[in-house]
Ligand binder design. Sequence first.
Ligand code: SF4
Length: 354
Amino acid sequence: MPGLYVHIPFCIRKCDYCAFYSEVSADRNRQQRFFQSLEKELGSLPANFVPETVFIGGGTPTAPDFQALEKFFPMFVKFSPLEFSVEVNPGTVDVAKLSLLKRIGVNRLSIGVQSFESRCLETLGRIHSAEQADEAFRRARAAGFDNISIDLMFGIPGQTMQALDADLDRALAFGPEHISIYNLMYEEGTPLLERNPVRLDEEMEREMYDHIRERLKEAGFEHYEISNFAKPGFECRHNLLYWTGGEYIGCGPAAHSHWNGTRWANAADLDDYCVYGPRREFEETLDPVAKERETLVMGLRLINGVDVDPTLFKKLQCTFQSLENEGLLEIDGCRVRLSEDALFVSDAVFAELI
Ligand code: SF4
């Protein structure tokens, strides 16, 4: 069953590390034009597209004010998916917005905390405080959400192992069902990269990653994807679609899709989107061989690994063998998975397989 991704391209302020497509705008007319275009795009989805999961991300889906969300978010009700996730920034949610999300059928929240340490939040340029993150989680529980993910980061300049541990303590104290924790990336064109801060060395980042895995495992989380941990039964179904080569359609500017053997991306241009609706700036029909390799690499993100088609397995046997000899890959028949040592350097392994 496919998934629907919706990109809401507004933020209150750009975070210093962010390379996602979004703009800082509180202009109600502009937001209204965007939502009207989005409604049209959703209305033109293929008749046989019945999403099992809906994921509203961005940007900051909760950046528009309550009146705008109340007016436009009911457009998603018709999908009534099994899993309906919304990304929430702690600086932009209050009781009214959370109750609204609950009313329209949202059953999973992903709260972007990143860190509970004010110095780290400042380094990242986040708009919220640790107290607001606490408040957002408590309010979400009070609103009845029983499937909440907390997003954290590690490898932040100046972050110590103690600070990371304190972040994990605080996140675990809430009892979330899911935790995503990403190693900070230094993206081209971001203020963070331009500032050229003193980065943590790789050894330290690896220690942090190992520590995170150990602590979350002890706390009863299953490590199911390189950066994702879930209590049993709370894996993110929508993201599992991406990692297992599933189909999805993305709506909104800059959203990507993979449907019926075709992959495309909407233009990252809000002006254009508001006036003309979605315009594909990229489209390709998937070559089955390239698709198999891509499915392999995405599947390797999963801790349990992936079954490889026997023909592809034969083609890649030498590479698999040498990765296994280096201790980076584990092979069991036609099933391959990253070794524990390879999880932190997965990109280097993937580069060998593409
Ligand atoms: S809130 Fe999210 S999308 Fe917006 S700038 Fe920050 S990281 Fe980027």
